[in-house]
Design a protein around this ligand. Structure first.
Ligand code: ZN
Length: 508
């Protein structure tokens, strides 16, 4: 009996000391982050009206306007001196240039007869440096282990492998083919593919979509040189051979042993159209107190992949979940500040855009920081925290934490400490392994902070069957888990904002 009482007392002491470590003020404002609130915002942002929030699109602008209005509603003032800091005059939004290079600009003629993109030929990358007219085409048949049997290539080279049993050439990787002929004098490589017509029918819209890159940088432009690789139908290849006056069978037979020159005029003119778009990050700055020059950043990406084949990709989990989490935390910190419990360090809650196309918004922010990167003590990034992956069936109170120890072990410890005190989720470090093949550490916005040496922690629920699919919808979100995971980030942010020392960077 006495022993029982002793055990009970020990337990009570343990509970009391854990409670003593909890910060009742932090908990009070955590109460503002509710399932209902998260649901309300997500039901707006991930609705069809927002058209999948693709960077540069109308839906993205609707989303940034909505988020900004909420920030204002929380009483968060605009950032002072907005324009001198590279923000829009509203003081909340940071705009960045996006270049959309559409495919399909190259027009091809054989013997003066025009052929058409997505009917007779296709390509994924437009790399033709200038218009090109030639009087002859070199015919080669076959790749060898060491590369193409070219010696010196013709400016326009026709690669025609008859009776090829390999998988369709386009998915052999056109970029690799391009590399193989680079430096051989080839400017256009035409690859004959028996299934080209079917591929174009099936993947035409994707081939036409084009590629985005962040403007104002060389990102994405470096790979855009090298020979133009085009996949053509056998019919077009036959027209080229026939145009030279040779018979197909004979030409191919000769090409098996040597390079065959086809005397036929062929031209390539034009380029894809480049469209100039803009993306927007939305910033809510809650100024700190005695340590206000130091900044804690909390990020999530507001953009998703837009509309494809007439279907809106709502991106409720990816990353509507992170976006509404950031909004909820902004509201809680703003209300705390209004009540006289503001953070010691400044907080920057930022919904970034263009993540899906290559982390554009976070790259732009860290290249054009509104607050000095030297004074940025950490970035807590959220990308998908509203679902459960298949490996956690039945054990759903978890979150993957990635990168939290890499640059600052102290930051990793703080995440664990706050989880222990408040949220008690299972922290899963599976994807934190340096050699993790998914490379998630490099695949979301925290990476742009980490590469500048800023400690980061990335919160993630893992992938699921609706990842980047049209059914990533609000009704599949687990708002209970979304709230709990948000609270882990919130309590981590609260600690980072208020402790005496910023987390030490490893090795310092
Ligand atoms: Zn994402």
């Amino acid at each position: 009996m006495a022993r029982r009482i002793l055990v009970a007392i020990v337990c009570l002491v343990a509970v009391l000391s854990a409670a003593a470590q909890q910060d009742s003020i932090a908990m009070r404002y955590a109460g503002l982050i509710t399932e209902e609130g998260l649901r309300e915002h997500l039901s707006v942002l991930a609705s069809d009206a927002y058209e999948g929030r693709e960077v540069g699109s109308r839906g993205e602008k609707m989303a940034t306007a909505y988020i900004m209005e909420q920030f204002k509603g929380y009483g968060i003032p605009p950032i002072a001196g907005a324009e001198s800091k590279g923000l829009l005059p509203d003081g909340y939004r940071q705009e960045f240039p996006v270049v959309l290079a559409r495919n399909g600009g190259i027009r091809m003629t054989v013997n003066g007869k025009p052929y058409r993109f997505l009917k007779d030929y296709f390509y994924f990358r437009e790399t033709l440096p200038a218009d090109l007219k030639v009087a002859e085409v070199m015919l080669v048949s076959g790749l060898t282990a060491g590369g193409m049997r070219l010696g010196g290539g013709g400016k326009v080279t026709l690669l025609w492998e008859e009776g090829d049993k390999d998988p369709p050439a386009p998915f052999l990787d056109l970029a690799t083919l391009g590399k193989m002929v680079k430096g051989t004098g080839v400017e256009v490589l035409l690859v004959v593919e028996p299934s080209a017509a079917g591929l174009m029918e099936r993947y035409g819209p994707m081939m036409e979509q084009g590629r985005m890159r962040l403007g104002g940088t060389d990102q994405g432009t470096k790979v855009e040189d090298g020979p133009q690789v085009m996949v053509i139908t056998p019919e077009l290849a036959e027209a080229i051979v026939a145009g030279s006056g040779l018979k197909k069978k004979k030409a191919l037979k000769e090409a098996a042993n040597k390079r065959v020159i086809l005397k036929v005029p062929v031209s390539f003119t034009g380029k894809g159209v480049e469209e100039q778009l803009t993306g927007q990050n939305v910033l809510a700055y809650v100024e700190g107190g005695d340590k206000k020059d130091e900044i804690v950043v909390v990020t999530a990406h507001l953009d998703h992949v837009g509309v494809q084949d007439g279907e809106v990709y709502n991106g409720a989990d990816d990353d509507g979940s992170g976006t509404v989490a950031v909004m909820g935390m902004a509201e809680a910190f703003a209300k705390a500040k209004a009540d006289g419990h503001g953070p010691r360090r400044s907080m920057l809650f930022m919904a970034v855009s263009g993540e899906e196309k290559g982390l554009f918004g976070s790259r732009w922010y860290t290249d054009h920081p509104v607050f000095p990167l030297d004074s940025t003590v950490a970035d807590l990034n959220i990308d998908m925290i509203g679902r459960v992956d298949s490996t956690h069936d039945g054990r759903d109170r978890y979150v993957y934490v990635i990168g939290s120890f890499r640059l600052s072990r102290e930051l990793g410890d703080i995440v664990e400490m706050q989880n222990e005190r408040y949220t008690k989720l299972a922290l899963d470090y599976t994807y934190d392994a340096e050699d993790d093949p998914n490379r998630f550490y490099y695949r979301s916005d925290h990476y742009n902070f980490a590469k500048h040496g800023i400690p980061v922690a990335f919160f993630f629920n893992g992938v699921h069957e609706d990842y980047h699919g049209p059914y990533d919808e609000v009704d599949k979100i687990r708002f209970d888990l979304l709230r709990e995971r948000t609270l882990l980030v919130y309590y981590t942010a609260w600690e980072l904002a208020n402790r005496d020392r910023r987390p030490a960077v490893n090795g310092d």
